[in-house]
Design a protein around this ligand. Structure first.
Ligand code: EPU
Length: 302
């Protein structure tokens, strides 16, 4: 969508918002799939309520983009603009055992920044791509660690109330790849409380997780990580693998040879290719195991 309302366009600079016209979502998502739209880069959190009121007033639909690493976006001219928080490194301020982190900070860099300051606990998250905000919204987890365990406070833009709010840990629930945040809430910052650990010990934990990940996941290919959530007590990857679906493809969308729950864009896959692959694999698993796999990847279709 191309923003054209003159009043909206004129107000953006005053709000500290930069417009990037004709931004490609294929270039901004790890799957490398997605159409074109205007992207609004937000430099001041405090401008969000006014910006969103402005867009709503002008009848402009919007979506909020984090790191784009767990996302499948439709192709072509997109019917909404995309908002994104601008980021300044490192985006982490430490005080004792607490880390105040910008939602736009890179998750992996945040983990290593804390490690250098002898704060650990999140070693398992090291190879999870994306932003801290994205990890928070989905309660990202790996190798026995989930980010929600360390959260003490979260600053969000609460869409239902159209204002910025501060939530304490007891006001948020973190479950397996699910949180109590509303789909249209926007993560702005988080306060984490982390255990003290020596840098050497943390780095050793990071090394072990990196090795496990490298040996089991297709890290050098375009993907959105795991496509399906694991069903209770089961493993989506193992089921898909047992059905001999590794390498199964629709166009350039392909089930990874390395990890069957990773679907990769092996060239110029379209969104339709990927959706068809997801639907076919889900159906095959359903027929064979009677299990309806739920998407882990987020879809932006309308
Ligand atoms: N397996 C196979 N074949 C495969 C893949 C896996 O047989 O192609 C088997 C493995 O041998 C293992 C079991 O399935 O016995 C589980 O596999 P793995 O340890 O790789 O973990 P996963 O359950 O498939 C989960 C998360 C990953 C996370 C890893 C490591 C989900 C949906 N996935 O994968 O997260 O990195 O554990 O902790 O919860 C993601 O969220 O995008 C993601 C990649």
């Amino acid at each position: 969508m191309k923003l054209s309302d003159p009043r909206t366009l004129a107000a953006l600079p005053e709000l500290g918002v930069e417009r990037i016209g004709g931004a490609s979502l294929a270039e901004r998502t790890s799957l490398g799939i997605g159409g074109i739209t205007d992207l609004l880069l937000i430099r001041r959190h405090s401008a969000l309520p006014e910006l969103i009121a402005l867009l709503r007033g002008a009848g402009v639909a919007y979506k909020f983009l984090g790191g784009g690493t767990n996302l499948l976006v439709k192709d072509g001219e997109l019917p909404w603009v995309v908002l994104q928080l601008a980021h300044q490194e490192p985006g982490v301020r430490l005080e004792g055992n607490t880390a105040q982190v910008d939602a736009a900070a890179d998750l992996g860099r945040m983990v290593t920044f804390c490690a250098k300051n002898d704060l650990g606990g999140m070693e398992g998250l090291i190879g999870v791509p994306g932003t801290v905000g994205g990890a928070l919204r989905m309660n990202a987890g790996a190798y026995g660690t989930q980010i929600g365990s360390y959260v003490r406070q979260v600053e969000i833009y609460r869409a239902a109330a159209a204002r910025i709010e501060m939530l304490r840990e007891n006001e948020i629930s973190f479950e397996y790849r699910h949180t109590s945040f509303a789909p249209d809430d926007i993560m702005l910052a988080v306060k984490l409380e982390l255990p003290s650990k020596s840098y050497r010990e943390i780095i050793e934990g990071i090394r072990v997780c990196n090795e496990k990940r490298r040996s089991s996941q297709p890290l050098n290919q375009k993907s959105a990580g795991c496509i399906f959530k694991n069903p209770p007590g089961g493993s989506a990857g193992r089921m898909i693998d047992e059905l001999a679906l590794k390498g199964f493809s629709v166009g350039d969308a392909r089930v990874s040879d390395r990890h069957a729950n990773f679907f990769v864009n092996a060239g110029h896959a379209t969104c339709a290719d990927m959706l068809s692959l997801i639907a076919q694999v889900r159906e095959r698993v359903h027929v064979a195991y009677g299990v309806e796999l739920e998407n882990e990847v987020i879809l932006w279709m309308q």
